[in-house]
Design a protein around this ligand. Structure first.
Ligand SMILES: C=C(O[C@H]1C=CC=C(C(=O)O)[C@@H]1O)C(=O)O
Length: 373
């Protein structure tokens, strides 16, 4: 399908106010869309469903499903020309926002000093006016700017319209093989990823690695943990540890694995429940789907058991596997009434400085603002 026909079909879906998701996986060329035939609101119940899941930060709330069986799937292979538009006007009173965020960080630091938790991820929502509001233009800009991210536009008439380009994988599963990552620690990108990390960032990221390993070790038959490396995500860089292995679904089913992982300390804190309670009580807005997760759930994909030529040519050697690709909903925004609500946060540990935490959110907000201009 050509990209013109592809995007025209999505535009029509939006005009008809029917649910859909359009997305491109990290480092992939294929842009896929699932177009739901009705405007029903489906929830995920036990994670055996097939489709596209959109889950909130608060895991006590329902996750939404665009079901495969009620959707048309289309794809296009090309990336569209760059049509950057000057379409954003910043209406923020930065000083007031800055004070509010720094006060929140100070509150978090006090709670850490009192021993309530070791880490908490605190965030804010920044609203900018849009002059031109076609979300498909913004989506195309995201595709252009962030080839290594999971780029997505998700819409449901009963929920809203979200866009994002996240650098963070929550869980990729193919059969029983899985991959995940511990992503945390942030610096501005200044032309190189060959940088030194302070102990504060190393500790903040290590919390995430340890949590993921602890959460998964009861349900895996093998586990590999890489060294932490520096990765670029737009105008910022992070520390990342790759974690992979084999899940044993006899020990924990997929729903239980997700429950053990989400929300990780990359977006919530440590211990999880204490940090979550603090976030829900103290942040100055409600996160909804920011720091939730989203992606393909239980799609059936043909995979080669053995990559040698004879086997690849012989269909008898191909297996159909259950594949899920879930990402953490970061570097995202919600569009409503000609405004973009941009969600940004950062991990707070005992060594955090409120001013630096504010600056970090400003740098992360620029990832989204860039595609609105
Ligand atoms: C919570 C966010 O980022 C997380 C992922 C990478 C680095 C992070 C950090 O340095 O704090 C956060 O843990 C966000 O971008 O809003």
């Amino acid at each position: 399908m050509t990209s013109d026909v592809f995007f025209e079909q999505i535009q029509q879906q939006l005009n008809k106010q029917l649910p859909f998701v359009v997305y491109r996986k990290p480092n992939d060329h294929l842009v896929k869309a699932m177009l739901q035939n009705t405007d029903l609101l489906h929830n995920v119940s036990d994670y055996t469903e097939k489709g596209f899941v959109f889950a909130p930060f608060d895991d006590s709330k329902d996750a939404i499903l665009i079901p495969m069986e009620d959707s048309e799937i289309i794809a296009c292979d090309s990336i569209i020309s760059n049509e950057l538009e000057k379409s954003v006007e910043n209406t923020n009173c930065f000083e007031a926002e800055k004070q509010m965020h720094m006060n929140l960080v100070k509150k978090g630091l006090d709670a850490i000093k009192e021993g309530k938790f070791q880490k908490v991820v605190l965030s804010r929502c920044e609203t900018v006016d849009l002059l031109k509001t076609n979300p498909l233009h913004i989506f195309k800009n995201l595709l252009q700017h962030y080839p290594t991210a999971f780029v997505n536009l998700w819409y449901h008439p009963k929920v809203g319209l979200w866009l994002g380009a996240t650098p963070e994988t929550l869980l990729e599963v193919e059969g029983s093989r899985f991959k995940t990552m511990a992503l945390a620690g942030t610096q501005n990108y200044n032309g190189t990823i060959d940088v030194t990390w302070e102990n504060k960032e190393k500790e903040e990221q290590q919390f995430v690695t340890d949590f993921i390993v602890d959460s998964l070790k009861a349900s895996v038959s093998s586990l590999n943990v890489s060294k932490a490396i520096t990765v670029k995500a737009g105008n910022v860089i992070h520390l990342k540890t790759a974690i992979s292995g084999i899940l044993d679904f006899k020990l924990l089913n997929f729903k239980q694995v997700l429950k053990a992982l989400h929300p990780t300390p990359a977006v919530c804190g440590l211990p999880k429940e204490k940090a979550k309670e603090f976030i829900l009580k103290n942040e100055n807005y409600y996160r909804e789907f920011y720091t939730g997760f989203l992606g393909e759930l239980n799609l059936q994909e043909k995979t080669s058991r053995n990559a040698n030529r004879r086997n690849v040519e012989n269909n008898a050697y191909r297996a159909v596997k259950n594949v899920s690709n879930l990402y953490v909903n970061l570097r995202c925004m919600k569009i409503s009434e000609q405004k973009a609500h941009i969600y940004i946060g950062g991990g707070i540990t005992k060594d955090s400085k409120p001013e630096a935490e504010w600056q970090e959110t400003v740098a992360k907000a620029a990832v989204m603002k860039k595609v609105l201009q």
